[in-house]
Ligand binder design. Structure first.
Ligand code: PMP
Length: 432
């Protein structure tokens, strides 16, 4: 298949994020917590399409809702009841999510949240976190892939380009902040604050380390935003799965705008922009052309709406509490295994998310999470070992649990790490 794929895709894949070691795993089918590849091998899936499938694969209520909607039509140039239902569910749960608009991907949600902040403030620059991933809109790609050679001094993180030919004007429009550096954020936002429309923040940026935000960092952003009239955009495309009320509420952040995606579509394409009513009024076209026109052929398509509603309805407070306990249990099992093996590893994450680091103490921000070649080798071997033992473990970003998992899956993950550590002491010695 990979050979055939090379005839039609530039590198044999159609997403840069597809892992190949040396070839990608082509999936034949999936059910609950498990995937089966085309060679008939079965894997516990800790990727879940980049954390999207919070109920695992083939969740029955989603399947039923989608099958029923298929019979009634898949997309129309008209609104449906389904979009009102999903929007109402989300706005009822999430503080400060007063109004919402649906789109098709997280990228699009982030893009429109930034445009909304620009339209509301009349300013065009944004601030974002070094190393944080927010999708494929040019402005949020700045400093997404910084490395020690180009990331600049700690108090002035460089706005590094993401691709050759990225416009210099885009780089000029972005102020880069370091995660969990309240003094740095205060300094940079005081200097540039009057030009900045929004601070874009993922409360626990997965590719920057999946690290919890320090309360002092959250309050520094909040204070600077208030002082300089900057909006706060909480990108919860991934971290919305942390809490019934979303990630901002969990960490005491008070966003003006949200970008959502992934779990709220129940496994179908989705994104959403939401926030305070006065800010969201930039989308209001009831009195003529809105400040920010926003459309989209497949936006709010009823398949994604009904799938998302079925998934989110099943994700009640009890389901979130269970996921939280499962995640806490797993993280403590992994911490114990690491301590018993006296291995130079640590773990970050919260709720149903976790990430292993080849570092003796948990990193506090992106630069500390950056891997040396020897550390990268350890993580590659770990992911190979897990795959050989029937577990797909993402290592460069968040791994996740789903409601379809239980103690048996937690045991399998903890046992795999324990055996990996026992069998790889020479490799681990290289990073000690
Ligand atoms: N923001 C964050 C925090 C994300 O994790 C992602 C996707 N991994 C995106 C935005 C982009 O979402 P999508 O892939 O649906 O465009």
């Amino acid at each position: 298949m990979f050979e055939r794929a090379h005839a039609v895709f530039p590198d044999g894949t159609t997403r840069v994020t597809i892992e190949r070691d040396p070839v990608p795993r082509y999936i034949a089918r999936a059910e609950g917590a498990y995937l089966t590849d085309v060679d008939g091998r079965r894997f516990l899936d800790l990727n879940l399409n980049f954390t999207t499938l919070i109920h695992g694969h083939g969740f029955e209520p989603v399947r039923a809702a989608v099958e029923s909607q298929m019979r009634n039509g898949t997309c129309f140039a008209n609104p449906t009841e389904a979009e009102v239902e999903l929007a109402s569910l989300l706005c009822t749960r999430v503080p400060r999510l007063e109004r919402i608009r649906f789109v098709n991907t997280g990228t699009e949600a982030v893009m429109f949240a930034i445009k909304a902040a620009r339209a509301f403030t009349g300013r065009s620059r944004i601030a974002k976190i070094e190393g944080a991933y927010h999708g494929a809109y040019d402005w949020v790609e700045v400093a997404q892939a910084s490395v020690p050679d180009n990331w600049g001094p700690p108090d002035r993180p460089a706005g590094t380009p993401y691709y050759r030919g990225m416009p210099a004007s885009v780089l000029d429009d972005v102020v880069v902040l370091r995660f969990n550096d309240p003094a740095g954020a205060r300094q940079l936002l005081s200097r540039h604050g009057s030009d900045i429309a929004a601070v874009l923040i993922d409360p626990m940026p997965s590719r920057a380390g999946l690290i919890a935000p320090a309360p002092e960092f959250v309050s520094a952003l909040q204070e600077m935003a208030r002082e300089h009239g900057i909006l706060i955009i909480s990108d919860e495309v991934l971290n919305f799965r942390q809490d019934y009320r979303g990630a901002a509420a969990r960490y005491g952040l008070q966003p003006d705008l949200f970008a959502l995606g992934k779990i709220i579509g129940g496994g179908f394409p989705i994104g959403a922009i939401g926030g305070l009513g006065d800010v969201m009024s930039v989308f209001d076209g009831s009195r003529g052309r809105p400040l920010l026109p926003q459309g989209g052929t497949f936006s709010a398509n009823p398949i994604s709406m009904v799938a998302g509603h079925a998934a989110m309805e099943a994700l009640d407070q009890i389901a979130f509490a269970r996921l939280e306990r499962l995640g806490d249990g797993l993280r403590s099992r992994l911490v114990d295994a690491i301590a018993r093996a006296n291995a130079p590893l640590s773990i970050t994450g919260a709720a149903s998310l976790f990430r292993l680091h080849p570092k003796p103490t948990p990193p506090r921000e992106f630069r500390e999470a950056h891997l040396s070649p020897a550390e990268a080798k350890v993580m590659k071997e770990m992911s190979r070992f897990f795959a050989a033992n029937g577990i797909i473990l993402p290592v460069g970003a968040a791994a996740c649990l789903s409601t379809s998992m239980g103690e048996a899956e937690v045991d399998a993950i903890a046992d795999a790490l324990e055996t990996f550590l026992a069998e790889n002491s020479a490799l681990l010695e290289e990073i000690s």
